[in-house]
Design a protein around this ligand. Structure first.
Ligand SMILES: [Zn+2]
Length: 326
């Protein structure tokens, strides 16, 4: 007689970002069992290949774990792009050659388990809703400031996906129609000003006008080599011109948040993404400009602006919730 207990349920979540792909396996309570980080490959076939092999590797690891063995019941994918309600990736400005990829149905037939796909920031918002800063806020907005800008709307305690699954892309709100070129190819998107790429754009613009001497010296006049960390580090050292640039940058961030708040009236704005690491420089400055820009800011309820609580695994952990919640 076989006395081996039946395996416990596990779920895999994979967060496919512009540069890195992070996979996690969790138990039914969302506790982390295994994780794996790989560079995001270029091209559709390679992306399917990497995602599948990551899924198989994580499944195998949890199946062999002892004393409790796990069986994977589903895969959630969070991906940096516009995902429609059928799990098709319509457009991904920061991924190469994957526009139109039927990622959900392809992986489902390849892996033989249910596969759920959503935008990466919607997944991160699910993580914040379930166990994070948004847990007590039924109407909130998550904006991720990284290479680009992502967004997720939480309305009445649920992610608002819009009629076709594409709601919550504030990075491509146009804030300056004759302005800088965005990664999406259009002109003047918020992302071209208020992301890490935006900070670099603003720095190049200032350096071309003879400002930002310290940064200019560091990159020896090759402005394309400016990294956002160069500016934040110089500002922390007290370089006045870098501090001015951070003031401008925080203003652009606040400008987009103000537009979002005018439309949504959220009870909370959560900021995620890599630039959260610079919150000590940015937080108060964003708050100041936001209060100046927002209509009736002294007459309405104060909208808190807080950094996200879930770390780098928020997107992947949130992706597991796509399956765990069904
Ligand atoms: Zn754009």
């Amino acid at each position: 007689m076989n006395t081996q207990p039946s395996p416990s349920p596990a779920f895999i979540g994979i967060d496919i970002g512009g540069t890195k792909t992070l996979g996690v396996a969790v138990n039914e309570n969302g506790d982390l069992l295994e994780e794996r980080l790989l560079p995001t490959p270029q091209g559709a076939a390679e992306l399917i290949g990497t995602t599948s092999s990551m899924y198989f590797e994580l499944s195998e690891r949890v199946a062999q774990s002892s004393p409790e063995r796990f069986e994977v019941l589903g895969l959630g994918i969070g991906i940096a792009g516009l995902v429609d309600i059928d799990g098709k990736l319509r457009r991904a400005p920061n991924l190469v050659e994957v526009d139109g990829l039927d990622i959900g149905p392809i992986l489902k037939s390849k892996l033989g388990v249910p596969v759920y796909v959503d935008n990466d920031v919607n997944c991160a918002a699910l993580a914040e809703l379930s166990d994070g800063v948004a847990a007590s806020a039924n109407n909130s907005l998550l904006v991720t400031l990284g290479t680009g800008i992502g967004g997720a709307l939480i309305v009445d305690g649920r992610i608002h996906r819009g009629a076709f699954g594409m709601a919550g892309e504030p990075g491509h709100m146009i804030v300056n129609p004759r302005g800088l070129i965005c990664a999406c190819g259009k002109q003047g998107c918020w992302e071209a000003y208020a992301s890490a790429a935006g900070l670099k754009n603003l720095a190049i613009d200032k350096a071309k006008n003879g400002r930002l001497q310290q940064i200019n010296d560091k990159v020896q006049g090759d402005l394309n080599k400016i990294a956002s960390e160069d500016i934040t580090q110089a500002a922390r050292r007290g370089d006045i011109q870098s501090v001015e640039l951070i003031d401008d940058f925080a203003y652009w961030i606040a400008l987009g948040l103000t537009n979002c708040a005018a439309l949504l009236d959220p009870e909370l704005i959560i900021i995620g993404g890599g630039l959260v690491a610079e919150w000590d420089l940015l937080g108060d400055r964003i708050r100041h400009s936001f209060d100046e820009l927002l209509l009736a800011s002294t007459q309405r309820n104060r909208i808190p602006i807080k950094p996200a609580e879930n770390g780098k695994a928020a997107g992947a952990i949130g992706a597991t919730l796509l399956g765990r919640q069904r």
